[in-house]
Design a protein around this ligand. Structure first.
Ligand code: AMP
Ligand code: MG
Length: 432
């Protein structure tokens, strides 16, 4: 074991530094069928009013309000998609169906339940008011109205609105391409029986899910060995295509922890340790696009940096590399705090962070002297409040501390801790 040369960075400063280095990817135009969960890249302005024409809200008769209380001759019909194209003269009525165009001359619709029919005449009640029972043009949306800002996440209503405005494709942020690698000689594929000393690679599947939830397109690199050369080849190959590399394991200070020196040889390591529990060995680097496979040693890299740093054409921009700690909870918590906001920024999201809510601590939270702690809690409603309970042992290897957790609660470093009953801001993962 050797001491780490990396300074311990405050988690807030580390998160800000990651975002500073994170580019926003280009936008692409995508058909509505593929827009769910994507991030709108440009504001949408209504090019026409909605509805585009005065449209009946009910089944009934289109008449002039001034004809209220009279018996009117029914001279035609306006059904949805089949308008009546003449004028409604005084003393006449047009049968109209929901969604039918209000014909010229008519200024209100009388519901079918409110009339009396005899032959081709209809008697309408007195006291009719112009404007009744139809949607005026532009009632839902005026032409020129800003309807969706850039940065919103597209869900059912937003996609429906775009379709209603006649937009078959939408400009959305490109999904980040992420290469995901688990490292460690002790790892075996899920489903295989681990021999003595081996463990199943579970981080791959947890991180794959977390990456997908964050909008990434993931390429699985599988398990990388604790061996510099093969690890380097895997990473260099993957970075030829990917925007982001995410690894788990191999970032602590044991002799088999190769990720930090590897990233040092390929780019710039900005963060090598954070004052965070769990997740102290979290590592973040940027790697110039188009770095050559021959850039093997730190010395060589320093020599050549800048001359081979960028591909001659096409590829621009820097790649991001996140070296997450191996312990399952550490990898997921550092993902939440550092990686997820970055992936959202890349897609152009307006909202990078999880929402927060004030919650009342239902337990005495002990602090760690020198590190901010993200404790995992469940929430329950008590009257108008949310009360947080610990998920139990907060060991960084115990995935059960995250299973079913509704929120993360930040406990600042020190010897104080936070007393039960205190109101704190919780980072919401899922509401109960
Ligand atoms: P490391 O940071 O490589 O020293 O890993 C720390 C610990 O995390 C290891 O001893 C394993 O117990 C665990 N670990 C590392 N990688 C994985 C993985 N892919 N899946 C599950 N646990 C892992
Ligand atoms: Mg390891």
């Amino acid at each position: 074991m050797r001491a780490s040369a990396y300074p311990l960075v405050d988690p807030g400063a580390a998160a800000a530094l990651v975002l500073e280095h994170t580019p926003v990817l280009d936008a692409e135009r995508v058909p509505l069928v593929d827009c769910l969960g994507r991030v709108l890249a440009e504001e949408i302005v209504a090019s026409a009013p909605l509805p585009a024409f005065a449209s009946s809200a009910v089944d009934g008769y289109a008449v002039r309000a001034a004809d209220g209380g009279r018996s009117l001759r029914v001279v035609g019909e306006s059904a949805a998609g089949r308008p009546f194209d003449r004028m409604v003269e005084p003393g006449t009525a047009i049968r109209i169906l929901t969604g039918g165009v209000l014909p010229e001359g008519a200024d209100c619709v009388v519901m079918i339940e409110d009339v009396e029919l005899s032959g081709d005449a209809v008697t309408v009640p007195g006291g009719l008011v112009a404007g009744q029972n139809f949607h005026a043009p532009g009632a839902d949306l005026r032409a020129g109205e800003r309807v969706l800002p850039a940065g919103v996440s597209l869900a059912a209503a937003e996609i429906g609105l775009a379709a209603a405005l006649g937009l078959a494709k939408l400009p959305v942020g490109r999904r980040p391409r992420v290469a995901l690698l688990s490292t460690g000689d002790e790892l075996v594929e899920v489903g295989k029986t681990p021999r003595r000393g081996q463990i199943t690679d579970s981080n791959r599947w947890a991180l794959l899910a977390a990456l997908r939830e964050s909008g990434a397109e993931v390429r699985l690199l599988g398990i990388g060995p604790d061996d510099h050369e093969p690890l380097r080849r895997l990473v260099v190959d993957a970075l030829a295509e990917a925007d982001v590399l995410v690894t788990s394991g191999g970032v602590s200070v044991g002799t088999h922890d190769l990720i930090k020196p590897l990233l040092e040889s390929l780019g710039d390591v900005h963060i090598g340790r954070v004052k965070l529990k769990p997740g102290k060995p979290f590592t973040f680097a940027t790697i110039p696009a188009g770095m050559r496979a021959s850039a093997s040693s730190p010395a060589r890299k320093r020599e050549q940096h800048g001359t081979y740093g960028l591909l001659p054409e096409g590829e621009t921009g820097t790649k991001l590399a996140f070296g997450l700690p191996g312990f399952p909870v550490s990898s997921l918590v550092t993902f939440e705090v550092f990686v997820r906001p970055a992936l959202r920024k890349m897609q152009g999201h307006g909202q990078l962070q999880r929402p927060t809510l004030p919650v009342r601590l239902g337990y005495d939270a002990r602090a760690t002297a020198d590190r901010t702690e993200y404790q995992r809690v469940t929430l329950r409603r008590e009257g108008l409040e949310l009360v947080a309970a610990s998920t139990g042992s907060q060991s960084s290897s115990r995935l059960m501390s995250l299973v079913g957790a509704h929120a993360l609660v930040r406990i600042p470093p020190g010897d104080q801790g936070i007393r039960a009953g205190t109101i704190v801001e919780a980072m919401i993962l899922a509401l109960p």
